[in-house]
Design a protein around this ligand. Structure first.
Ligand SMILES: NC(=O)c1ccc[n+]([C@@H]2O[C@H](COP(=O)([O-])OP(=O)(O)OC[C@H]3O[C@@H](n4cnc5c(N)ncnc54)[C@H](OP(=O)(O)O)[C@@H]3O)[C@@H](O)[C@H]2O)c1
Length: 243
């Protein structure tokens, strides 16, 4: 059966790994025919991920959009509905972070982070949830972070945004349980992705990899419809490594 799955931030890192894990399931989950709508601001990344997904026989469609812009959110959702008729799953993964001491944070850092992590995530969720609410089915993932519960000194604005996303997750649960929609909050610790830029080898060697997050996310999607995996908390074995 066709499953329409929107993944934001699918061009790199964790979002890319989730797209590929769903694509791989085309051959292993009986009757699963994913239509992956891959979203980010960089079209070349999306083209490359889509081509990898297609190598597993998944359908992959790319959509260049900045989720910080509500007009682009509307265009993403209405085009998806025109092309495919519905949305079964939304993976709210797109996120940004600027990591530096408190005193160096600027208004631009604040607006940039909040406009994607909070504003974009909120308005895309609001728009997609209305579709799921009407059909009384769907699954929304939020890739938040352990920084949604624990503060790190270099991450003041990022932590604010992630604590805020957790607030949205909790609010969404109140709506979702009334209409058979599943909500999963995914809270990873340090994952080696482009978000980190250059990292020393000693740190790289202990960090998780994007596929370590993707596998349980897709596993949660394939749980029986009666069961909602509410939270996934994933950490490097050595614990949190960013102070
Ligand atoms: N890496 C970690 O250690 C870690 C740990 C916990 C949680 N997380 C969370 O996991 C998510 C993915 O992180 P990552 O490490 O995979 O980051 P990443 O490697 O930097 O990838 C982020 C993806 O999101 C896209 N994106 C960013 N802002 C966007 C926007 N406004 N509109 C559309 N797409 C946007 C980026 O593409 P473009 O720039 O081309 O748009 C990119 O494809 C984030 O929410 C992050 O906070 C990461």
């Amino acid at each position: 059966m066709k499953q329409i799955i929107i993944i934001t931030g699918a061009g790199k890192g964790i979002g890319k790994a989730i797209a590929l894990e769903f694509a791989r399931a085309t051959g292993t989950q009986k009757g699963f025919e994913p239509v992956l709508i891959l979203v980010s601001r960089t079209i070349s990344d999306l083209e490359s991920v889509a081509s990898e997904c297609r190598s597993f026989e998944a359908t992959a469609d790319i959509f260049q959009a900045d989720i910080a812009d509500t007009a682009q959110i509307e265009r993403l959702v209405s085009t998806t509905l025109e092309r495919y008729g519905t949305i079964d799953c939304l993976v709210n993964n797109a996120g940004v972070g600027r990591f530096k001491p408190l005193a160096d944070m600027t208004e631009e850092d604040f607006d940039y982070t909040m406009s994607t992590n909070l504003k974009g995530t909120f308005f895309l969720t609001q728009r997609v949830f209305a579709i799921m609410e009407e059909r009384k089915a769907g699954h929304i993932f939020f890739i938040t972070s352990i920084a949604a519960e624990i503060a790190f000194k270099s991450s003041s604005i990022y932590c604010m945004s992630k604590f805020g996303q957790k607030g949205l997750v909790e609010a969404m649960r109140l709506y979702a349980k009334e209409c058979n929609v599943r909500i999963t909050n995914v809270m990873p610790g340090a994952v080696y992705t482009p978000m980190w830029g250059e990292v020393p080898d000693t740190m790289k060697s202990v960090m998780m990899r994007p596929e370590d997050i993707a596998a349980p996310v897709v596993g949660a999607y394939f749980m029986p419809q009666r069961t909602s995996v509410e939270e996934l908390v994933l950490r490097p074995v050595c614990g949190d490594i960013n102070e």
